[in-house]
Design a protein around this ligand. Sequence first.
Ligand SMILES: [Zn+2]
Length: 196
Amino acid sequence: MKIYISFDDGPSEGTPEILDILREYNIKAIFFILVQNALKYPKLIRRELKEGHQIGLHGLTHKSFNDMTAWETQEQMEKALRILDAEFGIQPIYYRPSYGTVTLAGHQSAIKNNLKLMMWDVMEKDYRSANPDRKIKYIMKQLLDDKEKVDQILCMHDGFKNKAYGGCTAKILNDILPILINEHKCEFAQFTKDDI
Ligand SMILES: [Zn+2]
C-alpha cells in the first residue's frame, strides 16, 4: 500500500521535530501551510523544500471559506499565492481548504489559479495531546483495514503554538512509521502534478 502523508496548519515551533522524524525514515510529505505561519517561520519553509517535501496551500490564515464572501475567497487565495511566489518562489499545485470546507467560490478560485484539491482519507485529532494510544490504534485501523484500498492520504498537523500545547503528532509518527514500514511493507509517496 502507498501512503501519502500530509501536514496541515504549519509551520510552527513543532515542525522541526516532525521534519527530523521524516528525515530519519526518508519519507517525503506534503505540507499544507498557512501563509501567515510561513512568514513567521520562513526558515522552516526553506528546510521543507530543501528536504524534498512539497508545499501545498491551506490558506492565508485559518479562516474558513464558509466565513468569506466569494470576493474575499478569491482575494485571500490570490494574495496567499502571490506571497508564496514572491517570498519563497513556490507555486503550489495542491490546496486543502481550512477545515476541509469546500465551497463553490473556493472551487472556482482554485480552478482559476490552477490549484488541485487534495482532501484526505484518514485523520485523527493529533493536534491535541490526549489519548495518543487510542489515536494510534484508530489511525492504524483506518489505514490498514480496507484491503481493497491501495492508496491512503493521511492528514496530520504541525501547526502547534509551542511544544507544551503540541498535540501528539510526533509520538504518533514515531509509533506508526516503523510498524507500517517493517511489518506492513507500506511505501510512502508524494503525488506528482498528474496524479490527482
Ligand atoms: Zn487546518
